[in-house]
Design a protein around this ligand. Structure first.
Ligand code: SAH
Ligand code: MG
Length: 206
């Protein structure tokens, strides 16, 4: 089923294929009946827009967690560095202003709660049941495991855990997202729903 987005999503910088974005959109539309949606790793808002456009349809909300300082691969000199997102005054990465602009252009501000903080800090006092958690933050082993430990436990029965950048073959990419995907399955608390490109979708058992 094709979806209608409020802006040309190709104008939004990011790391998400349209098929993955559309899958997220459909998951969010379903998950909102169970609880809030939350993503770790918003960057310039590409995934956020797919999620929020669904929240808008069903009166849900997405918490968009990102410190907006970039992951390791976004830092100066690294493979995915974007000079347009580098703040010369602070000498730090800053994707927040672009994120904000994109959410505004998409007219989705009423369905997005930006949480500008490291994932583990945002999770410290978290107490809200979640219908969908989308993990697409730091890809170091430590960052990915922290995100999994911090957020998966808030997913309600029947709710979804979606993990991006799953590469079963190490030749295709880093293994941290795949490792937490395996951790979730091994916990016995989640079942596999589907793989959409590199997006792994799991569901919490009842
Ligand atoms: N989902 C985005 C891409 C995310 S890129 C899209 O659709 O395009 C990964 C993002 O994770 C970066 O913006 C980075 O700032 C953020 N990030 C990395 N580690 C983080 C952490 N520990 N806490 C919060 N955000 C983090
Ligand atoms: Mg990703």
């Amino acid at each position: 089923m094709s979806i209608k987005l409020p802006l040309d999503i190709r104008t939004v910088k990011g790391f998400l294929d349209a098929t993955e974005g559309e899958a997220l959109h459909h998951l969010a539309a379903e998950a909102c009946a169970l609880g809030a949606c939350l993503e770790v790793g918003s960057y310039c808002g590409k995934s956020t827009i797919y999620l929020a456009a669904a929240c808008k349809l069903v009166d849900g909300v997405v918490f968009a967690v990102d410190h907006h300082r970039g992951s390791e691969e976004h830092q100066p000199g690294e493979e995915y560095h974007d000079p347009e997102l580098f703040d010369d005054r602070t000498q730090l990465m800053d994707s927040f202003h672009v994120f904000r602009r994109n959410i505004r252009t998409a007219q989705l501000e009423d369905w997005v709660v930006p949480v500008v903080a490291p994932s583990a800090v945002a999770a410290r006092c978290w107490n809200t049941p979640l219908g969908l958690v989308f993990i697409d933050g730091g890809h170091s082993q430590e960052a990915a495991v922290t995100d999994y430990r911090c957020w998966a436990r808030h997913i309600v029965p029947g709710g979804y855990l979606a993990i991006h950048d799953i590469f079963p073959d190490p030749a295709d990419g880093g293994q941290a997202p795949y490792d937490i995907y395996k951790l979730a399955l091994a916990s016995g608390e989640f079942e596999l729903v589907e793989m959409v490109d590199t997006l792994g979708v799991l569901r919490r058992l009842g």
